[in-house]
Design a protein around this ligand. Structure first.
Ligand code: SF4
Length: 356
């Protein structure tokens, strides 16, 4: 890890204090630096043209804007850009830029690797290494901003790792991105596999974000097979935490539902799901599985099965969406790029859909 002060991760007030105490500069220089770092996403002190030349030189001698580098980027034909961010300790995390017509979204990681062991996930196969710092989360967004032709408008914390197991750093990062970069919290989504006590803890923060819970099955038996986390917290316990989350935040929850052929995609699963979600203000987001080599060799369901599943939910009055798939021609599923880069090749031709 670097010993030099790193600016990404510092708030405007921290930068004000830092320039005043370290350089005997007026505190407003801290506001200027924050503007350059977060709003304009520059990666050199030289670019900070409204700072005096002597201060720019001094800053470049003692501090770093970021110690991290985008190591590999891939650009798909539909505009998706995938970054593999090399951190100062040599670890790597993935981040993705997803431009749509009306918005530009990013998907960010919160941990190096992941300990949750979801059976359908490429990241799970590499195990857990460590939590990311607040600055490392924000830095992914800034690196992606430099690669984007338009300003980033939305973010999802749905890359590598379980965000709620890194809650203090996560909450700080969301605040920093809101206050310094200027992205509204209403345009932020945090995805979790369902760490129930942390859902209650997150609700205490009363953030106007969207909470996305990866449900993926309506019954404990099926869910425990694909998500070890269910051995600790049952579906009912999880749904109760979702109800509580709504009551405290007035934000309806999104339930992510990854459809795996013959595993959790039958009409019976759909009917049970509809029954269990009755009275829970929510949206169900269906995600047909895209092939990732996993120990259980899950398969993608046929279009007709997905349609039937969706129809049953909608007939029960549940609002349903289906995740738009992007980046088919690059390594765009969670954990793929990092796995490949570390010498564990994973086939191409996957799309950005498998995470949490
Ligand atoms: S799906 Fe998400 S929570 Fe599950 S193992 Fe992969 S990164 Fe971790």
């Amino acid at each position: 890890m670097t010993e030099s002060p790193v600016l990404v991760g510092m708030s405007t007030s921290e930068l004000r204090e830092w320039v005043a105490t370290q350089f005997w500069e007026p505190a407003y220089r801290g506001n200027q630096i924050a503007q350059w770092v977060y709003r304009r996403a520059v990666d050199s002190f030289e670019a900070m043209s409204d700072l005096p030349a002597r201060l720019r030189t001094r800053l470049s001698e003692v501090a770093l804007i970021t110690p991290n580098q985008i190591d590999i980027t891939q650009r798909s034909r539909d505009g998706v850009v995938k970054g593999l961010l090399r951190l100062s300790d040599g670890n790597e995390v993935e981040c993705v830029l997803l431009p749509y017509e009306e918005r530009v979204s990013v998907c960010l990681s919160t941990q190096v690797g992941c300990a949750m062991g979801c059976r359908f996930c490429a990241t799970a196969q590499g195990g857990y290494t460590r939590n990311l710092t607040t600055g490392e989360m924000v830095d992914q967004l800034l690196h992606l901003q430099r690669l984007s032709e338009r300003p980033i408008t939305h973010l999802v914390m749905m890359g590598m790792g379980e965000p709620l197991l890194n809650l203090p750093n996560l909450v700080r990062a969301l605040h920093l991105i809101h206050e310094e970069v200027g992205i509204s919290m209403r345009r932020m989504t945090v995805s979790t596999v369902g760490i129930v006590p942390k859902i209650y803890e997150l609700a205490e923060h009363r953030l106007p974000i969207t909470l996305a819970i990866s449900l993926h099955a309506p019954d404990d038996e099926t869910r425990a097979k694909i998500m070890p986390v269910n051995r600790k917290w049952t579906v009912e316990t999880l749904l109760q935490s979702a109800r509580d989350y709504f009551e405290r935040t007035h934000r309806r929850v999104t339930f992510e539902y990854l459809l795996l052929r013959e595993v959790n995609d039958t009409p019976d699963h759909a009917r049970l799901l509809a029954q269990r979600l009755r009275g829970v203000p929510c949206l169900v987001n269906l995600i047909p599985f895209n092939y990732v080599p996993t120990p259980d060799q899950y398969q993608r369901p046929e279009v007709e099965r997905v349609q039937r599943f969706r129809q049953i939910l909608e007939q029960a009055g549940i609002e349903v969406s289906q995740r738009m798939e992007r980046g088919h021609d690059i390594d765009a599923a969670c954990g793929q790029l990092r796995g490949k880069h570390r010498g564990k090749p994973i086939p191409l031709k996957m799309s950005y859909s498998v995470s949490h």
